[in-house]
Design a protein around this ligand. Structure first.
Ligand code: SF4
Ligand code: SF4
Length: 377
């Protein structure tokens, strides 16, 4: 096995280590705080002395349980999150002391009302616009409220010094992940998109952040200096956008099995959050509010940051086409896909919108559509 294959193999063998780390932290009395969204600041949870864990659910097995309380015609991500909480089948949720949730899409914010019956939920009111001074003021005041709630949970004050240290660490992670993805800008990248995403997930669920970053930086350097072990240069280069990547594993895999090379993920779970760092030169709470408010999610109206990010990434990663994933009943991404199509096509690139859910039933249909798209590229 060559050094690149060995890195991928190591990540696959240690994929579930995070569960053990969270269990050990819980046993030591360290509070665990669950989140469901890119708008929730990891830095504040870390500065309060708790461990933040992302709870976006990715599988369909908990959906039937969720449908006993929720409508069937609801986004699978919302149903899966709730179903796992209800059944107690998410080990991370099991160890959580508090959920810090947010008012983004209607499905999630109404689901949180029911979730609060299972675990305490602190709901952060996210503005629906990003460009007015009052939006920034609301974000900042909501982040201050999160600080107070976490201080009550952990008994530790959230100081500016602690926040600044957490910001520096998280910015280092953002730089590290971007450096890993940057390898996909090469004509012949060392990893497929699926493999990059496996490493990204591994980092997200490794809770000793400093140790994980040393590993990530070392691995990226090895990948940078090692001759690629496969020739991926002839494959059409695709950027994936749309609903969070956690819900699209079958789509990503099917796309690459259809002959494409996914060189960039604009989705949450991919590059959407790490694209912009927190400005370490500014007042820390203001800088945090400013950074998180600029995340380009379709729940914002208007949503210029997503469009700007897409244009930049299409150019930087030299993509041939864009595939947009729209989960069933996700109205905001579904409606925004019309504007995304127009913009992508105006740049001379091909575009495909794929509607799907978490069930395996449409895999063949997806393969046919994606195969036809990849052939066109
Ligand atoms: S897509 Fe939007 S609502 Fe969903 S996790 Fe990302 S930022 Fe939050
Ligand atoms: S994919 Fe869409 S509907 Fe589902 S949780 Fe995210 S924003 Fe809400």
């Amino acid at each position: 096995m060559g050094p690149i294959a060995a890195i991928v193999d190591e990540v696959r063998r240690h994929r579930d280590d995070g569960i053990l780390q969270i269990k050990e932290a819980h046993e030591k009395g360290i509070p665990i705080v669950g989140t469901y969204c890119g708008y929730m600041p990891w830095e504040i949870i870390d500065a309060a002395g708790a461990i933040a864990v992302s709870l976006c659910a990715k599988s369909d097995e908990a959906i039937p349980a969720a449908e006993e309380h929720l409508p069937r015609n609801l986004c699978p991500l919302v149903k899966s999150s709730y179903g796992h909480a209800l059944r107690g089948s998410c080990p991370y949720f099991h160890f959580c002391d508090l959920i810090v949730a947010e008012t983004t899409c209607d499905g999630k914010k109404k689901m949180y009302e029911l979730l609060d019956r299972i675990k305490p939920v602190h709901l952060v009111q996210i503005p629906q616009r990003q460009d007015r001074p009052e939006d920034l003021a609301l974000m900042k005041s909501e982040f201050n409220r999160v600080c107070r709630r976490l201080e009550t949970l952990t008994g530790r004050p959230v100081t500016d010094e602690a926040l600044a240290a957490s910001v520096a660490l998280r910015n280092r992670e953002r730089r590290g992940l971007r450096a890993l993805w940057d390898l996909s800008r090469r004509d012949n990248p060392p990893l497929t998109g699926w493999e990059v995403q496996e490493i990204t997930d591994y980092i997200q669920y490794h809770f000793d952040k400093k140790q994980a970053l040393v590993w990530l930086e070392g691995v990226t350097e090895t990948l940078r200096q090692t001759e690629p072990e496969r020739d991926l240069s002839a494959k059409p280069r695709v950027l994936v956008t749309g609903c969070p990547i956690g819900g699209v594993m079958k789509t990503l895999k099917t796309l690459e099995e259809s002959g494409a090379l996914v060189v960039c993920f604009e989705n949450c779970g991919g590059q959407k959050e790490p694209l912009k760092a927190v400005d370490e030169a500014k007042d820390v709470m203001g800088a945090l509010a400013e950074k998180y408010l600029t995340i380009g999610c379709s729940v914002m109206s208007p949503n210029p940051h997503r469009m700007e990010a897409l244009e930049r990434l299409i150019d930087e990663y030299d993509v041939d086409g864009v595939v947009e994933i729209v989960l069933t009943a996700c109205h905001t991404y579904a409606i925004e896909s019309h504007s995304i199509r127009e913009r992508v096509q105006s740049l001379g690139k091909r575009y495909l919108a794929v509607g799907t859910d978490y069930s395996p039933g449409d895999r063949e249909q997806l393969a046919t559509r994606m195969g036809a798209f990849v052939e066109m590229l």
